[in-house]
Design a protein around this ligand. Sequence first.
Ligand SMILES: [Zn+2]
Ligand SMILES: [Zn+2]
Length: 462
Amino acid sequence: MNIKFLGATREVTGSCYLVQVNNKNILLECGMLQGSYQHERHNRDPFPFDVADLDAVIVSHAHLDHTGRLPMLIKEGFHGCIYTHNATVDLCKIMLVDSGYIHEKEARWENKKRERKGLALIEPLYTTAEADTTLQYFKGLNYDDDIEICQGVKLTFRDAGHIIGSAIVELTLTENSVSKKIVFSGDLGHKNAPILRDPFKVKYADLVIMESTYGDRLHRSWEDTWQEMGEIIADAKSNKGNILIPAFTVGRTQELLYEFKQHFEQWQLGDWQIFLDSPMGIKATNVYAKHSEVYDNKAINIQQDHGGIFDLPNLHMSETTNYSMKINQINSGAIIIAGSGMCTGGRIKHHFKHNIWRKNAHVLIVGFQARGTLGRALVDGCENINLWGEKIQVNATIHTIGGFSAHADQQGLLDWYRGFENNPPVVLVHGEEAAMEVLAQKLKHQYQVNVIQASYRQNIII
Ligand SMILES: [Zn+2]
Ligand SMILES: [Zn+2]
């Protein structure tokens, strides 16, 4: 038995691991590379394995850095099952299809340039139709279900608490009457996060494959985060401005709505009009509303006592472009949640155009902003932004609220590892080299365990 590390090695995106046992090949994750153009170009590279040899595929959750190349597997002839959690199946219906749409759009844009230069045209990485076809191969499971996916390979998902449906993957592999248990963390959630449970603690493993995104960092506490949020809303109310919140459509948007419901009186939110101006955000919120079986106890109680956990009397769901344009006419008293999370596209840019030059407007940054994005420029205090060729002055107050994260911090990662009673060896993945190194040292020091920082194409015998 062995496992090959074919992605998210010393970087965060492109998760892809190949488990080989009993002459079976199980692909764990089929993620897309995300980031710079140079980096994303490698999504077109051939898979570093033979697709025809695959017996099954497992994906831990719906983020594209874990699922984004699945349609390419289907295109290349994989017709087996893609195992994942039921809520992930529902999210993939939105996210993979949207990804196909974006690839079509990008290819059209690229081809226009190529035509002018007389270069050969390119195909989209995959189309919406191909993403749609992929969905029929999904097989949804619940947490704690045990299933034998092929001879000698047993699979169980546990709650990872990262986004809805996110799973820790437990694999029991048996070859020649010898069994070994591999536990793959997937992306681990941030303890005490809204709505979802904390990451499930597994007690035993022969090998742990673990994410390390924030292996070198500690998050701010949720209490401080909510307090700051309340203060900003009060401040914005006193100068009668609008509040713009660029938010990731899956996870962050739902956390905000849920906390708005919980702090409705305290933050005097009844005085505002709240808009979720994002068709994807609305669909993702519906998936969160549907899968109440995975809520934590607090969310279950709210659901039982008050109906839906996102029901706010003054929440407006804005689906159409016309509706979105109408919001632009509101000068005061609107809280607008819109994508994209890093302000690289989506409706938030239109709201910036209509608000960010106003002195009384507020922008709340509630998520990670990668270098080179408009969101990062705002965080770094830029004085002007360029939108569709127009230079616009930034007069709004930009608030960066640090405590939001869908990932466990260093303490969270160490706490999760502590759940194992036998101190199993660890392979670190899904992290930049610096974060991985710090976490590796902590693990070695605290638990005297063998820690491997996976490198690309490394093969580990189990
Ligand atoms: Zn993720
Ligand atoms: Zn990830």
